[in-house]
Design a protein around this ligand. Structure first.
Ligand code: ZN
Length: 373
């Protein structure tokens, strides 16, 4: 086993295991409007939880479902299910008859129309202990078009007592007609310091925790993926690229060309480092790069080397700063371009080449037609 705590990926560390953290950060924005709706008896029948992946949308929706079904919920000041009533016990055992979660069938990636036909077939049937019936659909963007249309039919006249809880990381992937029937609840990214502390509690060293938290953009799932050995080691290679780009160029191009997520990870790494370089270059007065308190502390020597060599290549600090600014902009653009029908390898070359040859400027799409070398 190489360094890096492997057990960070165990299912035990899913966000659901940090209910206090989630309630602390999402609870207020979620429960205040719901308490208000309940009071006026006007809870919107479809709630859509949005916010980036890995911030606990599904966990919060489940918590809300348990709370809504609970027979003895805690007072409204700090809403919480009692965890001991009949309803809570069957909910926690996964056998509550008034609660349904719709996820893709095994081996399937999307939510299929049959699943919604089955749901519609249960309207008016079954005996529920509660008048309320809750249907949770995580990753609702995974619905096929047919499934979405079937769902829309169901929502045309939402069955009495039915409460839908939907989650998605990107509401623009949904049919606008569906979104217009939802009350959107937007959840925010988790605080980076909180993520860093959680990682340290799991035994990760402070520096790696800090770097992974910064890279996470407030998503616990992202923090965990950056903590994995393969990505953490790949990041080390990107650091070496800053120091001696020509030695690591081909290997990085090959890796990033394998799949979009690799490319996006490369962009994440480079953006973090470029931002650090820009912060350094914007100081007045300028501190020597070897003395500077870089935000990515494990990359001190590589960042200092890049600072010195880029100034030499570009001819002045001001030119080097312009270079890093250009690269930051280029990286941002490339996040969109990777989803366009472009030659992926050529795109990666366009992003990385300028780091090697000061004379090479980014071409940028839509001129990325063919290979150039
Ligand atoms: Zn209860």
């Amino acid at each position: 086993m190489t360094q890096g705590p492997k057990d960070l990926s165990t299912p035990l560390l899913k966000l659901e295991t940090f209910p206090e953290l989630l309630l602390k950060h999402h609870g207020k924005g979620l429960f205040a409007p719901i308490a208000q709706w309940k009071k006026s008896n006007k809870t919107p029948p479809v709630l859509l939880f949005t916010g980036q992946a890995g911030i606990g949308k599904r966990a919060m929706a489940m918590f809300l479902a348990q709370w809504l079904l609970c027979e003895n919920p805690e007072p409204q000041g700090s809403p919480a299910p009692c965890k001991s009533c009949h309803s809570c016990r069957s909910f926690l055992a996964g056998s509550h008859t008034a609660y349904t979660e719709i996820i893709p069938d095994e081996d399937a990636e999307s939510l299929k129309i049959d699943q919604f036909r089955e749901l519609r077939a249960t309207v008016g049937f079954g005996t529920y202990h509660h008048q309320l019936r809750i249907i949770l659909i995580p990753h609702v963007e995974r619905m096929t078009l047919q499934a979405a249309n079937s769902m829309l039919k169901l929502l045309e006249e939402t069955p009495a007592g039915w409460q839908f809880l939907l989650t998605t990381h990107d509401a623009t992937l949904l049919l606008p007609t569906l979104v217009s029937r939802c009350q959107t609840v937007k959840l925010k990214p988790l605080p980076l310091l909180e993520i860093q502390n959680l990682l340290m509690e799991r035994g990760m060293n402070p520096i790696q925790s800090q770097v992974c938290a910064e890279l996470s953009q407030g998503s616990w799932d992202r923090a965990l993926s950056f903590a994995q050995d393969d990505l953490w080691n790949k990041r080390k290679e990107v650091l070496k690229f800053l120091e001696e780009p020509h030695l690591h160029l081909n290997s990085l191009i090959d890796w990033a060309a394998q799949k979009n997520s690799n490319f996006e990870t490369l962009v994440d790494f480079l953006e973090q480092l470029t931002s650090d370089l820009l912060n350094w270059a914007s100081q007045v007065p300028l501190e020597a790069p070897e003395q500077y308190a870089w935000k990515t502390p494990d990359a001190r020597s590589e960042l200092a080397a890049q600072a010195r060599s880029q100034i030499q290549k570009q001819g002045s600090l001001e030119m080097a700063r312009t270079f890093w600014l250009d690269q930051a902009e280029r990286l941002g653009q490339s996040r969109h371009e990777i989803h366009l029908p472009l030659n992926r390898k050529v795109l990666i070359q366009d992003v990385l080449f300028p780091w090697i040859h000061p004379g090479i400027k980014n071409v940028g799409s839509p001129d990325l037609a063919g290979p150039r070398l």
